[in-house]
Design a protein around this ligand. Structure first.
Ligand code: CMC
Length: 432
């Protein structure tokens, strides 16, 4: 017999179906609630709301588990590459050798952006935040590739548009950086793989070729893999919400980039390093910043700590912390900010305020230190997060396109405004 939940409202009892995920989690299906009872549910921030059925990523925040298409993140981070991970997330299976070869080749082929788009970069002020430029450029792709944005795309059209976007995003990101650095664009090269190509476009100049170090490529690969998907987070939900109106992939991803930019989400990596620099300049007084974050009268938060779903150490942060340590050791760099980060983490993990609220370091706490070591400027950190999260956004947009039962996203509200009243002519209005 199907399991149900009973809801008693005044004298009536309603039976609501219970859904069980493949991992055994339960959900009360309230799809018919309003129709049958005239009631809606109230859940700001959607902390208890399942917005879709998904088969992409599994996350158990209580146990610190994260799996892409069933494969533990620890295995993927150790054995895979970002390009292979993108294939896995979007297509549901790891590629064969031949499939991966053809996928990588397609990235090489589509790396250039339309020549006239280069002019857009000229129009931005040199100080423009890279995330503002990135979101605008990604949305603009809709205007340049109309053949890729047809309604009800076929499987082949979805594959083509995904490859175009995955390949072009790193070119756009690198040009965004070149614009802010006042340097000439370096075009993509056919002989370089995904990450070396990106690093070359970022750091080579007309007078000096950038030396691509394996350690740097590996560290960046790991970071992008760890950011590749995180089920229904704020930016992915934005991509889904925009895409639910049948908006095209470029427009939907552009919305995801805007959502990611916020300091509570992907913008946190930039804020973490700025916070660590501030603590460093302030003489390393960690306790002062912990106390500030604990003060209920201030809005200040320790950036890089806490998570909506992880109530245990974020498994991604564990891997990144080790990567940061390894990279600095291999390159023989001593960064005082890493020392501050380690001390801050130690103090926070012992502090009652953070222990009680189960606030642990998240993915953004150590990632910025790796970007900094590679030479990426602080305001570009969220841009790197966007490159990493792109396979996830695409996978979710695709999943929604393929699900013929999905509906336009349209939440309800609980209205607390004025009740009906008459319009007042202007001469009778008083200052309230
Ligand atoms: N520093 C100090 N206090 C905190 C912090 C923090 N970083 N995070 C949460 N709290 C407190 C918060 O004040 C609240 O306290 P109280 O119960 O006394 O009101 C309690 O912990 C619960 O916080 P919340 O805001 O209700 O939790 P949330 O699930 O709505 O927010 C979060 C999650 C990630 C937005 C939040 O922890 C935060 O602002 N962290 C700092 C920003 C950050 O690092 N963001 C990156 C998240 S990981 C990357 C990603 O996937 O986006």
């Amino acid at each position: 017999m199907t399991e149900t939940a009973k809801l008693k409202l005044n004298d009536n009892t309603y039976e609501l179906p219970i859904m069980t995920s493949v991992e055994g989690e339960k959900a009360i299906d309230i799809r018919k609630l309003r129709e049958e009872t005239k009631y809606v549910t109230f859940d700001p921030g959607f902390a208890n709301t399942g917005s879709c059925i998904s088969s992409i990523t599994y996350l158990d925040g209580e146990k610190g588990v994260l799996r892409y298409r069933g494969i533990p993140i620890e295995q993927i981070a150790k054995k895979s590459t970002f390009v292979e991970t993108a294939y896995l997330l979007i297509n549901g299976q790891l590629p064969t050798k031949e499939q991966l070869f053809r996928y990588s080749l397609a990235f090489t082929k589509h790396a250039n952006i339309h020549e006239s788009m280069l002019k857009f970069f000229e129009g931005y002020p040199i100080t423009g935040h890279p995330m503002a430029i990135l979101s605008a450029m990604v949305c603009s792709l809709s205007g340049y590739y109309p053949e890729l944005i047809m309604p009800e795309p076929s499987a082949l059209e979805i594959e083509n548009i995904s490859i175009e976007l995955l390949s072009k995003i790193r070119t756009i990101c690198a040009y965004t950086y070149k614009k802010s650095a006042g340097e000439q664009f370096i075009f993509p090269r056919e002989d370089l793989r995904y990450i070396p190509n990106f690093l070359n476009m970022m750091f080579t100049t007309p007078t000096k070729e950038y030396e691509i170090l394996d350690e740097v490529v590996e560290a960046l690969d790991t970071l992008l893999i760890l950011h590749a998907d995180h089920e229904q987070n704020c930016s992915t939900s934005s991509v889904r919400l925009v895409g639910s109106s049948w908006a095209n992939l470029f427009a939907s991803v552009s919305a995801g980039i805007c959502a990611l930019w916020g300091p509570l989400h992907g913008g946190a990596n930039q804020n973490v390093v700025e916070m660590l620099e501030k603590i460093h300049e302030d003489g390393g007084n960690i306790q002062k910043y912990i106390d500030k974050a604990k003060n209920a009268d201030s809005n200040y938060r320790l950036m890089g700590f806490g998570h909506r779903v992880y109530k245990k150490y974020d498994p991604r942060a564990k891997i990144i912390k080790k990567r940061a340590d390894d990279l600095l050791n291999k390159l023989g760099i001593h960064d005082p900010l890493l020392d501050i980060a380690v001390k801050l983490e130690e103090a926070v993990l012992k502090d009652e305020y953070f222990v009680k609220r189960r606030l642990y370091p998240n993915v953004d706490f150590y990632s910025g230190l790796i970007y900094k070591t590679i030479g990426i400027p602080t305001n570009m950190f969220p841009v790197l997060f966007a490159i990493g999260r792109l396979p996830g956004w695409i996978a979710h947009w695709k999943e929604m396109q393929e699900d013929k039962t999905s509906r336009i996203g349209r939440p309800r509200q609980i209205y607390y405004g004025k009740q009906e009243r008459d319009y007042t002519p202007i001469e009778e209005r008083k200052l309230i």
